[in-house]
Design a protein around this ligand. Structure first.
Ligand code: GLV
Ligand code: MG
Length: 317
């Protein structure tokens, strides 16, 4: 599993609001995106590009992942977003987020355009990554080839609001179950498809926004579901959502300690000093190579979240 940057929380920041951009500087999400798409009105796109370029060049966002969400290819704006943002502040952009992706060609077109702008600006070619939003029926049906379309891609991001509109789900409450569907989780297939595709291409799987920003219980309920499946993080639309998400998408301390214990114990038991055994006991639990793989996941997420152990494992004396 490649080491990707942590993205437990991704803060959405409207690109045309200087006030919100300034406010974001004092916050500590793992990532943020400056939005040129749906949170930036059509008449404010030019102004948004200027504000974003200035903000990125000015800096002050700490070491978080800096993303710009550009407009999708069905609009008149995508090429200008890329030329202005990468041309004006490319060295300070970690990723571009492409919304409403429907086909491989859309990702490839973005890759070609970004490559050309990087070359013309003397930037390192290929450094800027992509975040790909899956938020309509076409995107989900083509997800396998979309995920493989560019080596720049780092994440597949579920866009629940657009997705609900795309499939005509009978609800306006984003992230919550549609009334009348009482036999399970209406989002399970979508989330699982995104997760499986992300994992099979070594990408991160990110859950999208929860719009009821005052309802932290609701946020927790929905975020815990995607975290439990294996997602890496979720969007924050408001600063109060950030800490909740950082917590929910980090391993519990006890699970992290346990994972590190498994790694140490298994390394020792499989060594010649420990008897070169492929299966061994850790307390009451039998561990083997599959346990090591599961522990590696939890350990990697814990380390990326800056966690440290509260105990150490000792070989039997
Ligand atoms: C996000 O872009 C969404 O549509 O939910
Ligand atoms: Mg959307």
């Amino acid at each position: 599993m490649p080491q990707l940057r942590p993205r437990r929380s991704t803060l959405a920041v409207p690109g045309s609001s200087q006030k919100m951009i300034d406010k974001a500087r004092g916050l500590a999400p793992d990532a943020l995106f400056l939005d040129l798409e749906d949170a930036c009105a059509p008449a404010a796109k030019d102004q948004g590009r200027k504000l974003i370029v200035d903000a990125l060049n000015e800096g002050g966002f700490g070491d978080i992942v800096r993303v710009v969400r550009i407009n999708d290819w069905t609009t008149p704006w995508t090429h200008r977003d890329v030329i202005d943002v990468v041309g004006g502040a490319g060295a300070h952009v970690d990723c571009l987020m492409l919304p409403k992706v429907q086909s491989t060609a859309q990702v490839q077109a973005l890759d070609m355009l970004v490559t050309q702008v990087e070359k013309s600006e003397g930037l390192e070619v290929g450094r800027i990554g992509f975040e790909i939003q899956i938020e309509n029926a076409q995107g989900l049906l083509a997800i396998e080839s979309i995920a493989a379309a560019s080596p720049r891609t780092e994440t597949l991001v579920f866009g629940p609001a657009d997705f609900m509109a795309s499939i005509q789900m009978k609800s306006l409450v984003v992230g919550e179950q549609p009334e009348g569907y009482d036999v399970g989780d209406a989002y399970h297939h979508i989330l699982m498809t995104i997760l499986l595709t992300a994992r099979s291409h070594d990408l991160q799987a990110i859950d999208g926004p929860y719009l009821a920003i005052k309802d932290l219980d609701g946020l927790r309920r929905v975020a815990q579901r995607s975290a439990a499946l294996g997602f890496d993080g979720k969007w924050a639309l408001h600063p109060t959502q950030i800490d909740e998400l950082n917590d929910i998408f980090s391993p519990r301390q006890d699970d992290y300690d346990h994972a590190e214990d498994i790694l140490d114990a298994y390394a020792w038991h499989t060594s010649s000093e420990g008897g070169a055994r492929g299966a061994a006991m850790l307390g009451d639990e039998m561990i083997d190579e599959a346990s090591r793989k599961m522990a590696l996941v939890v350990s990697a997420k814990g380390r990326a979240a800056g966690m440290s152990r509260t105990r150490t494992w000792q070989p039997p004396s």
